[in-house]
Design a protein around this ligand. Sequence first.
Ligand SMILES: CC(C)(COP(=O)(O)OP(=O)(O)OC[C@H]1O[C@@H](n2cnc3c(N)ncnc32)[C@H](O)[C@@H]1OP(=O)(O)O)[C@@H](O)C(=O)NCCC(=O)NCCS
Length: 167
Amino acid sequence: MLSIRPTETDDASQVAACVDSVAREKLFLGNTKGFSPEQTREFIQFVKSADGVHLVALDSEAVVGWCDITPQTYEGLTHAGRLGMGLLPKYRGQGWGTKLVTEALSIAFNTGLERIELEVFASNVGAIKLYRNFGFREEGRKRKARKLDGVYDDIVLFGLLREERLR
Ligand SMILES: CC(C)(COP(=O)(O)OP(=O)(O)OC[C@H]1O[C@@H](n2cnc3c(N)ncnc32)[C@H](O)[C@@H]1OP(=O)(O)O)[C@@H](O)C(=O)NCCC(=O)NCCS
């Protein structure tokens, strides 16, 4: 049984390790390696200071997943936030991604964000199913945007307006 709570800066090392692990699968994230604990700490602090969302999923005390929504910073774009997330392999397909997004969207829309956007590889059918369940709509596609180890993938752009949320 997992629990979900807001991320604390002291979680940075564990979050960094979790992101690094998912990145090194080379399937789901734009990066193929994670960020340092210090970079992760700064990112968590930035997200909090910008009134964004950063959540962790915990198995007991161990960080096994995260979901963040980072508000845009340019004038005129700050009503929009960008979502990122991941779970370690053994915790996938059991509803925890749905729980993380449910909680993250509730906080984001309640604290003033009006639009959530994200990019996902077209091959990532699990994540796309999850996002569509919440009402995210496809807004564009970058064709052959990734070429990794000789394999092409498209990047699909998704967006959700506050009034479109389905769950
Ligand atoms: C994407 C991810 C966060 C989804 O979280 P999850 O806990 O596995 O998803 P859930 O169990 O909540 O399932 C959500 C929906 O997607 C479906 N789904 C999940 N994995 C699937 C898969 N591999 N293939 C098809 N559908 C899948 C579920 O059936 C469910 O739909 P339903 O409620 O209509 O049945 C998780 O799989 C993950 O960490 N993947 C690797 C990292 C990643 O892709 N991050 C997102 C980058 S954009």
